[in-house]
Design a protein around this ligand. Structure first.
Ligand code: F6R
Length: 618
């Protein structure tokens, strides 16, 4: 049996790539033949704190290693609460994502048997319990069987979990169980990997397996065995990662967010790629929903959270216009707890970059229970939301690492638009030429986004720097500009920690205008004045109204708009484009603005406080 520093090195590298999922503490544990107990190291703070500690006190070479970066749910971020957690006898180490709902009862039982607890976490309960189960198996059978032990553990836990464990008595295996938390296997040559996201191991292999709900998996060298919790073998779905390891590198950019904003054009282009036949008709064979079912759809309900919900909100305007069916946009966490009206003719569209957002996952489960068809618009292969949907339309934004969503947002709008136009095609709601005209407009958007990136960068940056000390910002928009305003407000809030509020410009006089006083920055998304767009003049009037009350106005407007030039203090220009396409360009200066403001405040733009990239708890 070979031992080396590779397991730990691979683990730390993987944690570096996954740190965007949680970054309040980190830890690793290793096993090797001849060890009496697992060796481990864990520290509160960023991964670099752990790495410094390991540089001072290196761990011995090992055969297997597990590692974790944490986003605290149970217990504050601290060295003690960091993972891994260790069994009472020190033989087993375990890491856990999720929330164990019966932890208190299990802890009470273990305490009454003499087990001691040092942390405030539910995960330590799982570690102590797994240690007990593993020892019981040894007593009963005379040999260790970590795989059987984790399966038994899985049956005893309620709540959500992805758990990985190692045992010094079987130092060549890593075992795992999952329920409602992501878990994928990487298939290397003579080596295997387990992670919550392929990003962790894509430098070593692009071949992966999805681990199903309530399944257990054991990896040993290049061998992988998957079963249900009763030990019956199960088929795990194989897939190949379609991007390179370089996609998860910063590649010379100052931050992932900077890189990803500059990937907005490619994100739209790639999402459109391969979705048309030679005649220019939209082909979405991958949907696997037959045309007769789609023809019958009489309502769409979008379920999503945060930025993804704003993409759905934008799509509402387009799809209602093109397909003439109602589109409702529901925040996934609210949807589930009301009585949404769903029928077998409702198409539920779940939008999620990560494919793991628990609120959205729960919403689609609810929808499927009501016999509605669920279609996922998702950016992550092998994730839970597409797996549990009837159909999936992947966005091809590539991995998004910065916590604040940017390139995924424009890809989500693009995918929603493709879906809307496809429905219009299938239902005959638009003429072919009309659809082709819209598609042409969509295809021109990557070039227009590029124009914005090149033309607006300087003015956006100088504006952000000039306004760095302003405590609050308002964002206004109408029609598709309204969700863009909401998204601009969210971006600035989450990474620059400014108090922001986005609202429909028409609401101004119904209350929010009371917030406007001397110097308050107000960002206004101005629709095009072309083609007699009545909304243009109304939004310009809104600018005048806030300006008259002392606001500092920043307009996002179409190139050469003379009215805006007259009233706005600063203008972020967009090139001419159809109204329904404008969100794809209008959001770009707002993404840059948030990033520049965060940089000006010397904040970590990729990892804002209190947040994590994948919100896998409700
Ligand atoms: C904001 C942001 C979040 C996510 C939301 C949904 O920048 O990233 O609001 O959009 O948490 O995440 P996904 O799309 O992974 O379901």
């Amino acid at each position: 049996m070979t031992v080396s520093t590779k397991p730990l090195d691979v683990c730390l590298q993987g944690l570096g790539r996954l740190e965007y999922r949680g970054y309040d503490s980190a830890g690793v544990a290793c096993a090797a033949p001849g060890m009496d107990h697992v060796v481990w190291c864990k520290k509160a703070g960023r991964l670099s704190v752990l790495e410094n500690e390991l540089a001072k006190h290196p761990l011995p070479p090992a055969q297997t290693c597990i590692g974790h970066t944490r986003w605290a749910t149970n217990g504050e971020p601290s060295d003690i609460n960091a993972h891994p957690h260790i069994s009472q006898d020190g033989k087993i180490a375990l890491i856990h994502n999720g929330i164990i709902e019966n932890a208190n009862q299990l802890k009470f039982n273990l305490q009454s048997e003499g087990y001691n607890f040092v942390s405030q976490t539910d995960s330590e309960v799982a570690a102590k319990l797994l240690g007990k189960i593993a020892n019981r198996i040894i007593e009963d059978t005379g040999k260790p069987d970590l795989f059987a032990a984790v399966r038994r553990l899985g049956k005893m836990l309620s709540g959500t979990f992805a758990i990985l464990a190692i045992d010094v008595r079987q130092p060549d295996v890593v075992c795992a169980i999952r329920r409602d938390e992501p878990l994928v296997v990487g298939l290397g040559e003579d080596e295997s990997f387990l992670a919550s996201d392929v990003t962790a191991f894509v430098a070593y292999t692009k071949n992966a397996l999805e681990i199903g709900q309530d399944n257990a998996v054991m990896i040993r060298g290049g061998r992988v065995e998957a079963t249900d919790f009763d030990g019956n073998p199960v088929e795990a779905r194989r897939f190949t990662v379609d991007w390179d390891a370089s996609a998860v590198e910063k590649g010379g950019w100052d931050s992932f967010m900077d890189k990803e904003i500059h990937e907005d054009p490619a994100s739209v282009r790639e999402t459109l790629m391969g979705r048309f036949d030679l005649d220019g008709n939209i082909v979405l064979d991958e949907l696997h929903i037959d045309e007769s079912t789609l023809k019958n759809i009489d309502k769409i309900t979008v379920v999503a959270c945060g930025t993804a919900s704003y993409a759905g909100f934008i799509a509402k305007y387009a799809i209602e216009h093109w397909v003439h069916i109602p589109v409702e946009v529901a925040l996934a966490h609210e949807f589930r707890y009301r009585d949404p009206v769903l029928t077998p003719r409702t198409l539920v569209v779940a939008i999620s970059q990560s494919g793991e957002t628990m609120d959205t996952l729960m919403a689609i489960r609810h929808a499927r229970e009501q016999d509605s068809k669920v279609l996922a618009i998702c950016n992550t292969q092998g994730s839970s939301i597409p797996r549990e949907s009837d159909a999936v339309l992947y966005t091809h934004a590539g991995p998004e690492i910065a916590v604040a969503s940017t390139k995924a947002f424009v890809a989500q709008i693009t995918a929603c638009y493709l879906l809307g136009l496809y429905l219009a095609q299938v239902k005959g709601a638009m003429y072919r030429d009309e659809i082709h005209g819209v598609v042409q407009g969509l295809r021109a958007m990557p070039g227009k986004i590029q124009w914005v990136l090149e033309h607006d960068a300087d003015v956006v940056k100088s504006t952000a720097i000039a306004l760095v000390s302003r405590p609050a910002f308002l964002f206004l928009g109408r029609h598709v500009g309204y969700p863009v305003a909401l998204e601009g407000a969210l971006k600035l809030k989450e990474i620059a920690y400014a108090f922001t509020q986005g609202f429909a410009a028409g609401e101004l006089k119904h209350g929010p205008i009371a917030l406007v006083e001397e110097g308050v920055p107000v960002v206004v998304i101005v629709p095009s004045a072309r083609q007699g767009n009545v909304l243009h003049d109304k939004v310009v009037s809104n600018i005048e109204e806030v300006k008259a009350r002392g606001a500092y106005t920043i307009a996002v407007a179409e190139e050469g708009d003379p009215d805006v030039e007259r009233y706005a203090d600063v203008i972020f220009w967009r090139p001419q484009c159809p109204t329904l396409m404008s969100p794809l360009v209008d959001v770009v200066p707002l993404q840059l603005f948030a990033m520049d403001m965060a940089n000006a405040k010397k904040l970590d733009v990729d990892k804002p406080r209190n947040l994590a990239k994948s919100v896998t708890v409700e």
